[in-house]
Each structure stands twice: as structure tokens, then as C-alpha cells.
Design a protein around this ligand. Structure first.
Ligand code: XMP
Length: 323
């Protein structure tokens, strides 16, 4: 008989037994999954958990501040922030292939954690043996790890892990769907803004730039994404849509006219979807006036963008993310 209380109790007990007097670290991504996983493990082992937030430079506008302030305020968790932007950009330089990007980001993520682990170990506390991950049931299934279904994409927190991984994994959400994770988070006392946060992929904006990932392109996409999120929130649509990836087609240019001149800029794709669990999705029928405001603002305010297009593909055949 499934209740959030049972899940929490079961997991807390199992995690306590598993970790013993050792320590664990947990990567915070800013998303619901890692936040709930961290809060759950913190409930089990308290100060034996240290959270690590890797700022890989692929985050959206304001996201780092949200983790540093809001999550810490809500949980009192021990947090170490690592600024790794340069490292990730260097590793991604010249890479356009989506799977390659995902593998690089996944690999660098683990390496940065290993460095953070080394630094935490150096403080002479008990050994750090465990890595907490907010892997959900759909992640497990889609990576072929759960039911033997074919591998669709290597999710950074399941596939793409390096061979020389040094941690034992704790994945307390491995059997749960997203809505169940939100209920668990609520039961754990996390604030509404964190529990109801829309999903955002671990590889961040790195897989929302079709083409090579550069700092300049990231800044541009961050601006466009912030505008779309602002307008969707202002229209009261956050709870109606599952998520709305904003994608930059960096390798595509089209002709436009702005002011009194010809432009040759990049398109931005809006990908609003409705879904129950991200396994399948439908494109959201957003009101035209909201789409119109987003389009006008993005083309006016974001440099080098002269076109906004709407993705009207369901999943399947399209995945939610473009890469
Ligand atoms: P797709 O694109 O496979 O996305 O339809 C399904 C859901 O998963 C999110 N997503 C990820 N989440 N690491 C994550 O933690 C990843 O590598 C990753 N790739 C996709 C996506 O945003 C959507 O909610």
C-alpha cells in the first residue's frame, strides 16, 4: 500500500543502514529530483551528507542563486558550490553531436564530484563513500536499465558514467514517478517553489543548443529562456504545462528584417509540452497572445535572434528535448 510516509520511512531506514558512519555527497542540479533526493538522505543521515552544486555554466538565469539561497534556507543542508564553467566549456568546445555532448557533460560532472570529494575527505571526517542521485523510474526505463527496453538516450545520471567511478550510488527515487517525487518532497517539508518546479535536464542548456556550445550562445539562450519563463509565469500557465524547453538552433540562420535593415540570425524554438511522466507528451496548446508576447520580446530583446518557431510535435515521435 503506497503512501509517501511509507516510502520515506523505508528509504530513511535503508539509507541509514547502508551508510553507517560513513559520509555521502549529493549533487544538486536545481531541479526537483536532486532536491528531494538530498532532503530524503539528509533526513536519514543529517550532517553526514554534504551537497555539491556544480555550476557548469549550462544553468538558466538565476538558477545558481536559487540553489544557494532558497534550498539551503529550506533544508539547512551543508552545501559546497563549485564553479566549473570554464572546465565544461573547454571540454565541450568543437562538439556538436548530442550523445557526445551528453557523455562529456556526464563525465565532467563525475570528475568534478571526485574533486569535491577529495576536498571534503581532506577535512578528516569519516570516509565519503556514497553518491546520491535523483534518478527516477522513467530515467531507468529509458536507459534500458529497468525493464530491458531499448536504450533511447543516455541520460547523464544513468548512462554515460565513466568506468573509473569511485562512489557507491544511492538512488532513493529509483522506483518513483515525478508526481510521487513531488508528494515525497512536500511531505519532507520542502517549499512549494522547489517541489512544483518544472523538470530541467541535468546537461542543462548544453543540450538545448543545436550545434557547438559556446559561452556567447549560452548567454543568448539564457536571455531567450528567461523571457519565455517570465511570460508563461505571468500568464499563470506554469501548472498547465509540464515544461517548456527553449532551444537555440545555432547552426541555422534565416533572413529577416528588423528596423530598416536585413538580418541573418538564428531561430529560437519553443517546445511547451504537457505530460504525466515525460514518457509520452503532447505539445501544449498555448494561447496565441502569450506566444505572440514571447515571440515579440525574444526577437526584440535577444541579439542575433530574428525568428521564433513553435514545436508542434508530440512524444513520440519527438523527444521532449531536442538532443
Ligand atoms: P526526453 O527528451 O527524453 O526527456 O523526452 C524526458 C524528460 O527528461 C528530461 N531529461 C533529462 N533529465 N538528465 C535529466 O536529469 C538528462 O540527461 C535528461 N535528458 C532529458 C527532459 O527535460 C524531460 O523532462
Amino acid at each position: 500500500n503506497w503512501t509517501t510516509g511509507n516510502v520515506i520511512e523505508e528509504q530513511v531506514e535503508a539509507i541509514r543502514e547502508l551508510v553507517g558512519d560513513k559520509r555521502a555527497i549529493c549533487g544538486l542540479s536545481g531541479g526537483v529530483d536532486s532536491a528531494v533526493a538530498a532532503a530524503l538522505v539528509q533526513k536519514a543521515i543529517g550532517s553526514q551528507l554534504t551537497c555539491v552544486y556544480v555550476d557548469h555554466g549550462l544553468m538558466r538565469k538565476g538558477e545558481t542563486e536559487q540553489v544557494e539561497k532558497d534550498f539551503v534556507a529550506a533544508t539547512g543542508v551543508q552545501l559546497k558550490v563549485v564553479d566549473a564553467e570554464e572546465r565544461f566549456l573547454k571540454a565541450l568546445a568543437g562538439v556538436s553531436d548530442p550523445e557526445e555532448k551528453r557523455k562529456i557533460i556526464g563525465r565532467e560532472f563525475i570528475r568534478v564530484f571526485e574533486q569535491a570529494q577529495a576536498e571534503i575527505i581532506a577535512d578528516e571526517g569519516p570516509a565519503v563513500e556514497f553518491l546520491v542521485q535523483g534518478t527516477l523510474y522513467p530515467d531507468v526505463v529509458e536507459s534500458g536499465g529497468g525493464t530491458g527496453t531499448a536504450n533511447i538516450k543516455s541520460h547523464h545520471n544513468v548512462g554515460g558514467l565513466p568506468e573509473d567511478l569511485e562512489f557507491k550510488l544511492i538512488e532513493p527515487l529509483r522506483k518513483l514517478f515525478k508526481d510521487e517525487v513531488r508528494m515525497v518532497g512536500q511531505e519532507l517539508g520542502l517549499p512549494e517553489e522547489i517541489v512544483q518546479r518544472q523538470p530541467f535536464p541535468g546537461p542543462g542548456l548544453g543540450i538545448r543548443i543545436v550545434g557547438e556550445v559556446t559561452k556567447e550562445r549560452l548567454d543568448l539562450l539564457r536571455e531567450a529562456d528567461a523571457i519565455a519563463r517570465e511570460e508563461l509565469t505571468a500568464a499563470g500557465l506554469d501548472r498547465d504545462i509540464w515544461q517548456c524547453p527553449v532551444v537555440l538552433l545555432a547552426d541555422v540562420r534565416s533572413v529577416g528584417v528588423q528596423g530598416d535593415g536585413r538580418t541573418y540570425g538564428h531561430p529560437i524554438v519553443l517546445r511547451p509540452v504537457s505530460s504525466e511522466d515525460a514518457m509520452t507528451a503532447d505539445w501544449s496548446r498555448l494561447p496565441y497572445d502569450v506566444l505572440s508576447r514571447i515571440s515579440t520580446r525574444i526577437t526584440n530583446e535577444v541579439k542575433d535572434v530574428n525568428r521564433v518557431v513553435l514545436d508542434v510535435t508530440s512524444k513520440p515521435p519527438g523527444t521532449i528535448e531536442w538532443e
